[in-house]
Ligand binder design. Structure first.
Ligand SMILES: [Zn+2]
Length: 327
């Protein structure tokens, strides 16, 4: 797995507030080198050797809780729960194709070590396993908690990475959990090189997940608008109305039975409804999607309000492009 070794990408790191370079103190902690930065020259702490490059004054991440728990997530995460959820709700059936496409494109890079940034990499995203398959592609995986899949703790609103230092960004099931999605997308645009790629997969008609840390939903058009400074390659629904119906029934039963576990058991037979997604009409499936994805490139092109209305009719055409892309 090509997760970059801790400290091997120090040259890419900057202060999350002023974006000036960092250096390491005698204790090995990073600190901002700017004399004028309002964050001062206080050291950024670390846990288990992983740097916590969070601007805590401007983040929902709690510094003391993170340090006291040695970087543990405030949301309970169990591998078996994650597996069960994928079996019941299904995975993103388009993501594997885009993960393979990103890796294949980055492997062609001959001028530098291609670097992929996974935002929200604490859990390996559904269908994203191929990202971790190449020995040529370096991965920087960021999340707000420590996990074996993370090599930097940071907040996506204030990425601690140099301008134009990243070749591709993978951001899956993240934008619904941030307070300022426009700021997050501006940050990933900043760190991407020209022609850099982004794959985003974001919730639409999905119930609240991650408890108190769930803040947004996006229709396919709203998702496209969020990425208006990117040239679109492909887009579509990552889970369709069949999955939405199964999930809605589960939440209905959980509410009626006043028990999450009993509701999950009672709803299990309905999970087969998600198989109907494969037979749905594209246009209607996008309108009733549980989540939508887009795959895009930073080219300097931007998208205006006048095109946004037209985009609604264009979307099914983009989804057709989600079959293997020409390289
Ligand atoms: Zn600074």
């Amino acid at each position: 797995m090509p997760l970059a070794q801790l400290r091997s990408f120090d040259d890419l790191l900057v202060c999350p507030r002023c974006k000036e370079p960092l250096d390491r103190s005698a204790r090995g902690n990073l600190r901002c080198t700017s004399q004028t930065c309002s964050i001062g020259n206080a050291e950024f702490p670390g846990v288990e050797g992983c740097d916590l490059l969070v601007d805590f004054q401007r983040s929902v991440v709690d510094r003391e809780a993170l340090l006291e728990s040695s970087g543990e997530s405030v949301i309970e995460r169990r591998p078996w729960k994650e597996l069960l959820q994928r079996v019941v709700d299904g995975g993103n059936r388009f993501a594997p194709h885009f993960a393979e496409d990103i890796v294949a494109r980055l492997e062609q890079c001959e001028t530098h070590t291609p670097t992929l940034l996974v935002i929200g990499g604490g859990q390996i995203g559904s269908g994203s396993q191929a990202l971790y398959s190449s020995q040529k592609v370096r991965i920087i995986a960021l999340d707000v908690y420590l996990s074996p899949h993370v090599n930097i703790i940071g907040d996506a609103h204030h990425l601690p990475l140099r301008d134009e230092s990243i070749d591709a960004v993978w951001i899956q099931s993240v934008l619904e959990h941030v307070t300022k999605p426009e700021a997050v997308v501006a940050e990933l645009h900043r760190v991407l090189r020209s022609d850099g790629l982004v794959f985003a997969d974001t919730s639409f008609l999905w119930p609240v997940c991650e408890e108190a840390f769930d803040f947004q939903r996006f229709s396919a058009s709203a998702h496209r608008w969020l990425f208006r400074n990117f040239e679109l390659i492909a887009a579509g629904s990552s889970s369709g109305p069949g999955t939405v119906a199964a999930v809605a029934l589960r939440y209905l039963l959980q509410s009626l039975l006043r028990s999450t576990r009993l509701g999950q058991i009672a709803a299990f037979p309905f999970s087969a409804l998600r198989l109907l997604d494969r037979f749905c009409d594209n246009r209607r499936a996008i309108d009733g999607a549980g989540g939508t994805f887009l795959y895009a490139r930073k080219t300097g092109q931007s998208f205006t309000e006048s095109h946004l209305v037209d985009y609604y009719a264009e979307q099914p055409r983009f989804q057709a492009k989600s079959r293997p892309l020409r390289r």
